[in-house]
Design a protein around this ligand. Structure first.
Ligand SMILES: NC(=O)c1ccc[n+]([C@@H]2O[C@H](COP(=O)([O-])OP(=O)(O)OC[C@H]3O[C@@H](n4cnc5c(N)ncnc54)[C@H](O)[C@@H]3O)[C@@H](O)[C@H]2O)c1
Ligand SMILES: [Zn+2]
Length: 345
C-alpha cells in the first residue's frame, strides 16, 4: 500500500478537499502511473452530486488521466518505466463475457469503473484527481509522443466518447454531421468529425462561441435558441451526436435529420427525456446511444489524434480551483475542458 495525495468529495454535493488515499501495491500485471494531468468531465460532477443515483464516498473523481509510468509489475511486457500513459473511464474487465469477447469491454458485465466503483480487491476505486494510480496494464493506454500530456488527458473520455459513434455512424466525406452542445465532449466531436472529412455543423444554445466553433473545424454554426435554425436545417442532416447534459426536445432535433438519419445520444442527463414517437417513425429515423469505447478503440483514437495533431482545448487549473471549475462547467462557462495540474494537489 502506498499513501498518496488526492482531492475527494467527502459526501454528495460537498466541496472537494485535499486528502490522502491508499493505492494498492503494484501487482504482477499492474503499472504505477505518476499522474501529471486529470481532466474534469461533466460526469464527475453528475456523480459527485449523486445526480445519477447513490454514489460511493469519499469520491476521488477523474477518468481523464495522463501521466508517466514509474514502475511496472513483474509480468508486464508492453510498458516500461518512463512510458507516457493514459487511463480512461474503466480500469478492469473480465475478458471472457460476451461484451469483452465482442470487443466492447466498456460493457463488461464484471467491469470496474475508474471511480465510484468497487474494485476486484473489494476496495473502493479512486480516480485521477490524485498524484498516482495503480492500474492493470491491459487497461492502460499509450499516449503518443506527439500529443502533449495536458491536452491528451481529455481524450481519454471526451475524445473516445465522440470518436466511437462518429466512426460507427460513418462520419466522413459527403456526410452532414451536427454536434449538439459545444462543451468538453462537443468540441472534441467537432475536431474529430472535421478530421474524418465530414461537413460539420455545431448546434449550440447561442452564437456566443461561434468563432471558436469555426476555428475548431466546423463549417456551420447555429443557435438552438433561434426557431429559424429548425426551419433552415429541417431534413438536412445525416447524423446528429448530442453531448447535451440536460433533457432535450428530441422531436425538434429528429426533424433536422434526412430520411433514415440518426440521432446518437452520448449526453447523460439526470432527468428522463420524453419523445413523441411520430418524430421517429416519420422518415425511418434512428435514435441511438453510445458510451465511451473499448480499450482497443481508445488506443485507435489516440493514434488517430496523433496522426491528425488533435488535442483538447484546455484551461489548466490548480487543484484548489476544482470546486470553482465545477460551478463554471454547470454554468456552461468552459472553453473547453478544465484540466487539473496534479502537481498542485
Ligand atoms: N456517453 C458517454 O460515454 C459519456 C462520456 C462522457 C460524458 N458523458 C455525458 O455527456 C454530457 C456532456 O459532458 P461534457 O463533459 O461535454 O459536459 P459540458 O458541460 O462540458 O458540455 C455540455 C454542453 O452542452 C451545452 N448545452 C446544454 N444544454 C444545451 C442545449 N439545449 N442545446 C445545446 N447545447 C446545450 C452546454 O452549454 C455545454 O456546452 C454529460 O451529461 C456527461 O455526463 C457521456
Ligand atoms: Zn467522462
Amino acid at each position: 500500500m502506498t499513501t498518496v495525495a488526492a482531492y475527494a468529495a467527502p459526501a454528495a454535493k460537498a466541496p472537494l478537499e485535499r486528502t490522502t488515499i491508499e493505492r494498492r501495491p503494484v501487482g504482477p500485471n499492474d503499472v504505477l502511473i505518476e499522474i501529471k494531468y486529470a481532466g474534469i468531465c461533466h460526469s464527475d460532477i453528475h456523480q459527485a452530486n449523486e445526480g445519477w443515483g447513490e454514489a460511493i464516498f469519499p469520491m476521488v473523481p477523474g477518468h481523464e488521466i495522463a501521466g508517466v509510468i514509474t514502475e511496472v509489475g513483474s509480468a508486464v511486457t508492453k510498458f516500461q518505466a518512463g512510458d507516457r500513459a493514459g487511463v480512461g473511464c474503466f480500469v478492469d474487465s473480465c475478458g471472457t463475457c460476451e461484451a469483452c469477447l465482442s470487443g466492447q469491454n466498456q460493457f463488461c458485465q464484471d467491469g470496474v469503473s475508474t471511480y465510484n466503483a468497487i474494485g476486484r480487491d473489494g476496495k473502493p476505486a479512486y480516480g485521477g484527481y490524485s498524484t498516482h494510480i495503480v492500474v492493470d496494464a491491459d487497461h492502460t493506454l499509450r499516449i503518443p509522443d506527439s500529443i502533449p500530456l495536458d491536452v491528451a488527458a481529455p481524450l481519454l473520455c471526451a475524445g473516445i466518447t465522440l470518436y466511437s459513434p462518429l466512426k460507427r455512424w460513418q462520419a466522413g466525406p459527403g456526410k452532414k454531421v451536427a454536434i449538439l452542445g459545444l462543451g468538453g465532449l462537443g468540441h472534441m466531436g467537432v475536431k474529430i468529425a472535421h478530421a474524418l472529412g465530414a461537413e460539420v455543423t455545431v448546434l449550440s444554445q447561442t452564437l456566443r462561441k461561434k468563432d471558436d466553433g469555426l476555428g475548431l473545424g466546423a463549417d456551420h454554426y447555429y443557435a438552438t435558441s433561434d426557431e429559424d435554425t429548425f426551419k433552415q436545417l429541417a431534413g438536412s442532416l445525416d447524423l446528429i451526436v448530442s453531448t447535451v447534459s440536460a433533457p432535450l426536445d428530441l422531436g425538434a432535433y429528429l426533424s433536422l435529420l434526412k430520411t433514415g438519419g440518426a440521432f446518437v445520444n452520448v449526453g447523460a442527463p439526470e432527468e428522463p427525456n420524453s419523445l413523441n414517437m411520430f418524430g421517429l417513425i416519420g422518415g425511418n429515423k434512428i435514435l441511438a446511444g453510445s458510451m465511451i469505447g473499448s480499450i482497443a478503440e481508445t488506443q485507435e483514437m489516440l493514434d488517430f489524434c496523433a496522426e491528425h495533431s488533435l488535442g483538447a482545448e484546455i484551461e489548466l487549473i490548480r487543484a484548489d480551483q476544482i470546486n470553482e471549475a465545477y460551478e463554471r462547467v454547470l454554468a456552461s462557462d468552459v472553453r473547453y475542458r478544465f484540466v487539473i495540474d496534479t502537481a498542485t494537489i
